[in-house]
Ligand binder design. Structure first.
Ligand SMILES: Nc1ncnc2c1ncn2[C@@H]1O[C@H](COP(=O)(O)OP(=O)(O)OP(=O)(O)O)[C@@H](O)[C@H]1O
Ligand SMILES: [Mg+2]
Length: 333
């Protein structure tokens, strides 16, 4: 019998999505089959400190130098699962550290992670390839609020998640307050036209030839839009898989667009692509390279409904990580 794969799960992290990451990682830890995997958990604090193993083990810094334990421990496992959301986790920084440690890891690489974290750059790449995205203006700190689209508009930090710092502005006053709030979280923000349609999310799984899950419709319950509490409060939303009102052609189109977006942005492993269907057209809102990953998160539910249960999903992601690492280790540079 082959030996068990040594797997490290990174959990927590510096971003405001720290708690969400802990919940995702808890689900992952519970679902990794101990017969197959030898698992170590690495908790990353909001202050960025790494804690190896469970129960107050050794503590290391986030950077490989001068930390003693983190890179050594990371290099000593077969696969790393960075179950981290948002800045300093989903944005290419941790992925860079893992590349330096020469270890396989699940999810997008450095460039794909950084690109998809940045809604401004992401939208430009899609637009250039003819994939519809919302019209938006990009503001940098110090810029005056601007809205050429009429109301309502969405104001968002360029690089965050979980709806943190996002405002649906209905008038000039809300726009001004929304711009101020978004600048608390990032020095680059977007003012985006309102997409008035059906909000759908779709899971993507694979490396260079990925598959798409069935899409699911996001129906916020008791919330005007899919804000933080709609996302995470019990009963804050309903996921309808597949969406009731969409034709088979539209569903196929959503899947096709999601896979195109995934490949165009150099993603590998997994992603959740968030879209709107507006008058039959698929408009991409954003792409998450490390989507919420509990067993009841949208990503897991979408694949479950598509015939890939949570444990199999994890197993597949680990295989994909190993495959990429082996593939890339043959390259000369
Ligand atoms: N242009 C838009 N038109 C209509 N609704 C929008 C628009 N932009 C965002 N929204 C709403 O706000 C929500 C959050 O926006 P978005 O997905 O861009 O942010 P996020 O914080 O990155 O989310 P995630 O938790 O998926 O990473 C969307 O799910 C949608 O309900
Ligand atoms: Mg989203």
């Amino acid at each position: 019998m082959s030996r068990r794969l040594r797997v490290a799960v990174l959990a927590g992290g510096r971003s405001s999505e720290h708690e969400i990451s802990l919940a995702s990682a808890r689900s992952v830890l519970e679902s990794l089959d101990p017969e197959r995997y030898d698992v170590v958990a690495v908790a990353i604090g909001r202050d960025g400190r790494w804690e190896l193993g469970s129960g107050g083990g050794s503590v290391a810094e986030t950077l490989p130098v001068p930390a003693e334990n983190a890179p050594a421990a990371l290099g000593a496992v077969d696969v790393v699962l960075p179950i981290l959301h948002g800045p300093y986790g989903e944005d290419g920084t941790v992925q860079g550290l893992l590349e330096l440690a020469d270890v396989a890891y699940i999810g997008a690489g450095v460039a794909g992670s950084a690109l998809c974290m940045d809604k401004d750059r992401f939208e430009r790449v899609l637009r250039e390839s003819g994939i519809p995205v919302a019209r938006s203006v990009t503001l940098r700190s110090g810029d005056e609020p601007e809205n050429p689209f009429g109301y309502p508009v969405f104001v968002k930090p360029a690089r965050l998640g979980s709806s943190v710092g996002i405002t649906k502005a209905h008038n000039d006053t809300e726009l001004r307050i929304g711009v101020e709030l978004a600048f608390v979280h990032d020095e680059k923000i977007l003012v985006e036209e309102f997409l008035d349609g059906t909000e759908v999310e779709v899971g993507v799984l694979g490396n260079r030839h990925p598959i798409a899950s069935l899409p699911g419709e996001i129906v916020p319950l008791g919330h005007e839009w899919y804000d933080y509490s709609s996302k995470y409060d019990e009963g804050g939303m309903k996921l309808v898989v597949p969406p009731d009102g969409l034709s088979e052609e539209t569903i196929a189109r959503v899947q096709e667009v999601a896979v195109d977006a995934f490949r165009l942005t150099e993603c590998e492993g997994m992603a959740r692509v968030d879209c709107f269907v507006v008058d039959g057209d698929v408009v991409v809102n954003e792409l998450n390279t490390i989507p919420g990953f509990t067993s009841t998160s949208v990503y897991a539910k979408l694949f479950e409904a598509s015939g890939v249960p949570y444990e199999a999903l994890l197993q597949r992601l680990i295989e994909l990580a190993v495959e990429r690492h082996e593939r890339r280790s043959k390259l000369r540079y």
